[in-house]
Design a protein around this ligand. Sequence first.
Ligand code: 2AM
Length: 486
Amino acid sequence: MQPQGDIALIGLAVMGQNLILNMNDHGFTVVAFNRTVSKVDEFLAKEAKGTKVVGAHSIEEMCAKLKRPRRVMMLVKAGQAVDDFIALVAPHLEPGDIIIDGGNSLFGDSERRRKELEAKGLLFIGTGVSGGEEGARHGPSIMPGGSPAAWEHVKPIFQSVAAKVEDGTPCCDWVGEGGAGHYVKMVHNGIEYGDMQLIGEAYHLLKTGLGMSADEIQAVFAEWNKGVLDSYLIEITRDIMAFRDKDGKPMVDKILDAAGQKGTGKWTVIDSMEHGIPITLISEAVYSRCVSALKSERVEAAKVLKGPGDGKIKVADKKAFIDSIRDALYASKIVSYAQGYMLMTSAAKAYGWTLNYGGIALMWRGGCIIRSRFLGKIKEAYDNNPKLGNLLLDPYFVKEVGDAQAGWRQVIAAAVTAGIPVPAFSTALAFFDGYRTENLPANLLQAQRDFFGAHTYERVDEPRGKFFHTNWTGRGGDTSSSTYTV
Ligand code: 2AM
C-alpha cells in the first residue's frame, strides 16, 4: 500500500494534539507519534477518535507511513529533546525530506540545525507557532524559517491551518533563512512583553491615579478596543476587568502583583545588546516584571520611601485625561514596534537573512497574542515602501505619533508629579525625543572618553570615519588607545 501520511507530528502535549486535529480538519492525514508511546493510543482512542489521524508506535513506522518528501514536525520541549529526536529521525529519511521544529527553540539552535541537516541532504524548518492551545486548534500564527527549498512543501499545510485575517489571507508566510522563524517569534514575544506592560501602566493610572473602579476601567478598555488600539490584549483586559471572584469582587484585585516570565523577553533584550539596537521599551517591560517580583522588598520600601503625595492625579477634565492615556499607550506602542523592527532589520543584516517585513506584520495580524488592527497598518507601511528604514518615518505613523504627542507628554508629566511609575511610557518618549534630536550630548561623552582613555573622537568639521585624539591634560601624550592595548 502507498504511504498515506501528509505529515508526521511528534509530541502529543496539548499544543501538538490540537495542531494535529487542526490539520485533520483541513483534510491532511497526520501520523502521530510521541516519546511516551502509550500516549499515541490514548490520543487515538480519545481526542482523535473518528478522525483520519494515523498512529505510529516507532519512528521507523512513522517515517514509513509518510508520502515523499517526508514532512516530520516536532512539537517537543525546546533544547536537547529536539536534537535527540532529530538524531533518531534523520537516519530514516532520504534527501529532500523535511524536519520541522515548531517548538520554542532559540534561533541560534535553528541556525545550527539547518546547517547540520542540509549537510546530510535534508531540509529544515524552524517555525514559531503562536496563539497557545486555542490557536493551535483553530488557527495559530505560524512563522516558518529555515531551508528555503522546504517552503513549497509545507506551505499548503501551514497556510491552511493558520489563522486568517478578514480577507482570508493566512497569518503564515515564509519569514526567511536559517533561524529567522524562531528569531521573529522571539521578537514577537518581546513585543508582547511591551504591549502588556503598556496596558499595565494605563491600568495603574486609571486605577490609582484617577481612582477608578474595575467596572469603570472595563468601560474604558471596551471603548479603546473600538479604535486604534483594537487588539486581543486590550480585549482580554476588558474581560478581565469584568470577571468576578466567588465573593462577587473583581478577580483582578485578588491577584498578587508579582509577575513571572519564561525568558523570551529576556532573550530579545540580550540579542538587542549584541546588535547595539535600543529596544528600550521591551527592556523596560522585562525589568518592570523584575521590579514587580521584588514584592517583599517593595512592601518594606513602601513604609520608608515616601512619594510626592497621595498618588492621585488631579485633573480638571477626566474624560480628556483618559483620552490622553490612550494616546500615550498608542504612541508608546508605535515606538515599541518601531524598535522591534529595528532589531529584526539589524539581525537580518548580521545573520544574512532576507526578511519579509510586511509579511511578518501580517503573520502577527491574527492568531497570536499581539494580534491587532494596528499590525494591518504596519503591513501597509511596508507595502507602500518595502525599503522603509524606520517605522517611525512612515507618513501614516509620523501623523499618528504627532497627533498623540501632546497627550503622551501630559500623561507622563502627571504620572511623574503624582509618583506613579510609567517606565514604558516614558522610555518610549525618551527614545522618541532622542531619535528626533539632531545633536545629542554624546560630543561630551566622546570628549570624556578621549580625556581619560585616549579613545579618540570624530569632528563635526571633518568627514566621518576620521578619528582624532587631543592631549587634554598636557600629560597624556599624543598616543590614542587604538595604537596600544591598555
Ligand atoms: P512525553 O509525553 O514523552 O513526556 C511536551 O512536553 C512534549 O515534549 C511531550 O510530547 C513530551 O513527551 C516531549 N518531551 C519532553 N521532553 C522530552 C525529551 N527529553 N525527549 C523527547 N521528548 C520530550
